[in-house]
Design a protein around this ligand. Structure first.
Ligand SMILES: C[S@@+](CC[C@H](N)C(=O)[O-])C[C@H]1O[C@@H](n2cnc3c(N)ncnc32)[C@H](O)[C@@H]1O
Length: 354
């Protein structure tokens, strides 16, 4: 008599399934450790523990202004996953891994925890919507109240270093704006990191940022004030499709925002064209959706394949660089394509003839 498990998995396959199980268990544990880290990030637990050095869960709860009973349970989980260690009996301190998730830490691992939670939320939405085909749009980002405030910081930590270290030097348009100052507009500006980074480099640059989410604009305004850039940078809630100002603009940027408004691209490119001063440029920064599906298998690009599914929920999809360049040409702007981040991202500029 053959046991039913043997019928389903013949002997050779049983070994395969064992090694697959081991592999998936490792991945599942990694995912859970990011979940626990996310709870610590979202509630300031890493920062609070860092401030007091070593503490009982109750003392940590008081420091972070969180509920005692929840923090006791979190400490056990964070201890199990080596985010915190027991210093003396019943008191905890950060491990190097826990400290690396502190949002203030240079090179912080915080974006991984936030991205992981956002991915879970988007996966659940995609799972529920696939039958009907409904695409609820941008609002899904705001459905989880703890995630939205971390959206801006996540993107800032992921991309601001790249702007400073690579993009500004590699893309000639930035050098020109750097030299002459002038007015920069960032459409879909998130928490305003892009304009703050440029304004720190260019002492004469003025900037206007526009975004559809109140939360992003209040963060952008507060952060510009903190850095004393608020005299040169202004942020406002608004819709890209209705953007208008009288003053001609030297640089119009859209960072990971064009694919959000691609459905109405003719209107968007008209807005870009009409607002640029002669010699000015629009600078579009987007993930570089590969021409070959096999490229999506590379570990550096897999995340993008998942993100494109979550973009679908929001009513968007990622773009090929040629599509963007083609649209610039159609609008009467001269396109140039620059690959950054080892080809994962692309910056397409469109310059209006001087
Ligand atoms: C992926 S985020 C990028 C944010 C920011 N540019 C960055 O790099 O951190 C896309 C942003 O575009 C904004 N957005 C999308 N459609 C918009 C619209 N029609 N009007 C204004 N903002 C919009 C969203 O609110 C979101 O902040």
């Amino acid at each position: 008599m053959i046991a039913s498990s043997q019928r389903i998995f013949p002997k050779a396959m049983a070994t395969d399934i064992d090694s697959l199980r081991q592999d998936i268990m490792r991945r599942a544990q990694a995912a859970v450790s990011l979940d626990i880290a996310y709870i610590g990030v979202a509630n300031g637990l890493f920062a609070a523990l860092d401030e007091i050095g070593s503490a009982s869960p109750s003392r940590l709860a008081a420091q972070a202004e969180m509920d005692d009973a929840y923090v006791i349970r979190w400490c056990d989980a964070a201890y199990a996953f080596e985010l915190i260690d027991e210093a003396v009996d019943g008191e905890f301190q950060l491990t190097p891994l826990g400290r690396a998730f502190m949002p203030e830490q240079p090179g912080t691992l915080m974006p991984f925890a936030v991205q992981s939670m956002l991915s879970s939320h988007m996966s659940e939405r995609a799972a529920g919507l696939m039958r009907s085909g409904e695409r609820p749009g941008e609002r899904v980002l705001g459905e989880r109240e703890t995630i939205l405030p971390w959206f801006g910081p996540m993107l800032e930590h992921q991309f601001a270093p790249l702007l400073e270290k690579q993009v500004v030097d590699q893309v000639p348009t930035f050098r020109a704006v750097d030299e002459r100052g002038g007015l920069a507009v960032d459409l879909g500006c998130g928490n305003g990191w892009y304009l703050r980074t440029l304004a720190r480099r260019c002492p004469h640059l003025r900037g206007i940022g526009l975004d559809g989410f109140d939360e992003n604009i209040s963060q952008a305004t507060r952060l510009a004030e903190q850095e004393e850039l608020d005299k040169r940078l202004n942020f406002a809630v608004g819709d890209i499709h209705n953007f208008h100002i009288e003053e001609p603009v030297d640089l119009i940027s859209m960072n990971r925002a064009l694919h959000h408004v691609w459905d109405e691209k003719e209107n968007v490119f008209r807005i870009l064209r009409e607002h640029l001063r002669p010699g000015g440029a629009a600078v579009i920064w987007e993930p570089n959706w590969p021409a070959r599906r096999s490229d999506l298998r590379s570990p550096a690009r897999r995340g993008m394949a998942f993100q494109n599914l979550s973009e679908h929920v929001q009513g968007n999809h990622f773009l090929r660089p040629e599509e963007i360049a083609e649209q610039f040409r159609a609008a009467g702007l001269e396109p140039e394509v620059h690959f950054v981040a080892d080809g994962r991202d692309v910056i397409v500029t469109g310059t209006l003839a001087a």
